[in-house]
Design a protein around this ligand. Sequence first.
Ligand code: GDP
Length: 298
Amino acid sequence: FERFRKGLEKSRAAMADRLLTVFRGRRLDDSVFEEMEETLILSDVGVDTAVELVEAIRKEARKRHIERAEDLPEVMADVMAEFLGPPVEMAENPEGPTVVLVVGVNGAGKTTTIGKLAHAYKSQGKRVILAAADTFRAAAIDQLLIWGERVGVDVVRQAQGADPAAVVYDAIQAAKARRCDLVICDTAGRLQNKSHLMNELSKIRKVAERELPGAPHEVLLVIDGTTGQNGLVQARVFKEVVQVTGIVVTKLDGTAKGGIVFPIVREEKIPVKWIGLGEGMDDLQPFDPRMFAEAICR
Ligand code: GDP
């Protein structure tokens, strides 16, 4: 919980600290809820989601016979945790390697997230292999190699410009031969050409499925938490081209606008599975809705 709290410091300052001064010594009246709504909107919760949340908080406060505004943070945390739903674990393939595709626009934090994931699983004693299937940018391959070295896991790659699906094929073969538990695949993130992206990702899917029935077991969409509504728009495009099973919201340490997680959950209807709270390899946390709500409200 301390990790969550520390990583979300800026969002907490904008939300909990601000509300604390608003609430102090006040009785519950409409103006208190109006200021709450304003605070949520300033934290990137978005107007629709803020209205919905405040309404639920107002109802719950009434139900609990709360009279002092100072007692609201506890109600807020409970309502927000409920809104975000229960934590959802990563899918696992019990019969062989689990294949994870990581998608998202360039710069969202894909490569960093893959490095952190590899570290997290390796620390649990799992054997991990990475696939450099963003073959469009030489820098993407190099970046993944650097992470592979840092974390101590192998990276399967081909030359720049190679067929991404062929890289994924190689990686799955290698994972089977070396009895790996997890194959994490980087993918290209160019949104400029949607049909190209769609072809590329569906070809990767097909190859993965052919080599390992049920693969990819998990498709993680990485969203930069600092890009506000823009991040939501990008998410929509990826959802159109590939079946996303989980979301990673990155860079929440660098922003006071952690409230973006709420509209993501509300609009995407896909569980947030991880959040990025820094650039280091330990700075990826499984998303715990209760901890998240507590960290920003109290
Ligand atoms: P990609 O193009 O999607 O692969 O993005 P990268 O993984 O290269 O990340 C882009 C930048 O964001 C890099 O400078 C990362 O260090 C930084 N970054 C990624 N995740 C986080 C995070 O959770 N917190 C912070 N502060 N920076 C991050």
